[in-house]
Design a binder for this molecule. Structure first.
Ligand SMILES: *Cc1c(COP(=O)(O)O)cnc(C)c1O
Length: 363
């Protein structure tokens, strides 16, 4: 086996120890005589691991007891629609901060079922997130929506947007559990698991009591479709229909790995060190960072070279050295290194020494 240094944006690298644990459960899970994928989601071994996954997440993120945790399918992209259809009636509006492709997509879906609108977008391309005083949330907005980390552009909120007495909704797909956050300031947090917390096919949803009530009271004509109904999913404990049982197990193993490592505070420190090493290497005048300093992401680092030819050469030579997944998203170009929780320091160090030798060779 020869695993490369994997900098892909998602689905992203998992810890090898977790991958091996998953592998072991395929023929038989524990002493049950059944493979994990061949077991009922109503069986007690599955129920136990489902409960364990929820409680690990609750502990890691310090989720208030009265909040609800759901593991659903459909990715963050389904939440773009599920959030507004539960939290808003068709005449309601919510405010969206547009900091990149994902928040634009979120607003597009919200507009299908509400009068939601943007409250901030940049003048040119997305190189930063706004400061608190740069956007205004109108009084009639039911909630403010933001994308905490912009995977494509490599920008990240380093402060939770302030909505005073309003409600706050966050897409945390690419930085959930990578740093401490105050869950209690949010009414809804959603995240696809495939960047920081496991494989694709699992979406983590955290709801305040207000969000659940909003979903129950919703006066939409014909009601909210069952599969999109937060309150129903809460009442059925995410098991209204068959969940992604293997994905929930993988999530549970990732959360357990993170807990053993020292939790979110420990990984946050590691993530800061990892990102700083790369940003330091990119201080060489040959490179220009895509994101403005105060908005730089600790998860996705995006940069440009002096010419597109040199960028391509960088990516090609890096691949030869076993550094994969560094091509920037097509909408930004250039180079991107995604260094989520599971990206080991050894991979970051390999990238740093490659950047340094490439910079010297081409200066
Ligand atoms: C990857 C990503 C998405 C899309 O997630 P899917 O699970 O593919 O729907 C949405 N938002 C952000 C911030 C992402 O990084």
């Amino acid at each position: 086996m020869s695993r490369v240094h994997n900098f892909t944006a998602g689905p992203a690298v998992l810890p090898l120890s977790v991958v091996k644990e998953l592998q072991e459960t395929l023929p038989e899970y524990g002493n049950t005589g059944l493979g994990l994928m061949e077991m009922s989601h109503r069986s007690s071994p599955f129920q136990e691991l489902h409960d364990r996954a929820k409680s690990l997440l609750r502990n890691l993120l310090n989720i208030p007891e009265e909040y609800t945790v759901l593991f659903l399918q459909g990715g963050a992209s389904l939440q773009f629609y599920m959030a507004p259809i539960n939290l808003l009636s068709p005449e309601d509006t919510a405010a969206y901060i547009l900091t990149g492709t994902w928040s634009e997509k979120a607003l597009k879906e919200a507009k299908r079922c509400s009068l939601s609108r943007e409250c901030w977008k940049p003048e040119g391309t997305h190189t930063r997130v706004p400061r608190q005083n740069e956007y205004h949330v109108s009084d009639d907005a039911v909630y403010l929506h933001y994308t905490s980390n912009n995977t494509i552009y490599g920008t990240q909120f380093h402060e939770i947007p302030n909505v005073e007495n309003g409600h706050l909704v966050a897409d945390m797909s690419s930085d959930i559990c990578s740093r401490n956050i105050d869950v209690s300031k949010h009414d809804l947090i959603y995240a696809g698991a495939q960047k920081n917390l496991g494989p694709s096919g699992i979406t983590i949803i955290i709801l305040s009591p207000w969000a659940v009530e909003q979903s129950r009271r919703n006066n939409r004509k014909g009601g909210i479709p069952s599969m999109l109904n937060y309150a129903l999913m809460k009442d059925k404990d995410s098991l209204f229909n068959t969940p992604n049982t293997f994905g929930i197990f993988a999530l549970e193993r990732m959360l357990s790995w993170l807990t053993d490592l020292g939790g979110v505070a420990a990984i946050e420190k590691q993530n800061q060190i990892k990102a700083q090493k790369i940003y330091d290497a990119l201080a060489h005048p040959m490179w220009s960072l895509h994101a403005e300093k105060e908005s730089r992401s600790l998860m996705n680092i995006t940069w440009r070279g002096p010419t597109e030819e040199l960028e391509s050469l960088f990516i090609k030579e890096a691949e030869k050295e076993g550094l994969k997944g560094l091509k920037g998203h097509r909408s930004v170009g250039g180079i991107r290194a995604s260094i989520y929780n599971a990206c080991p320091t050894s991979s970051v160090e390999a990238l740093v020494s490659f950047i340094e030798s490439f910079s010297r060779a081409h200066e």
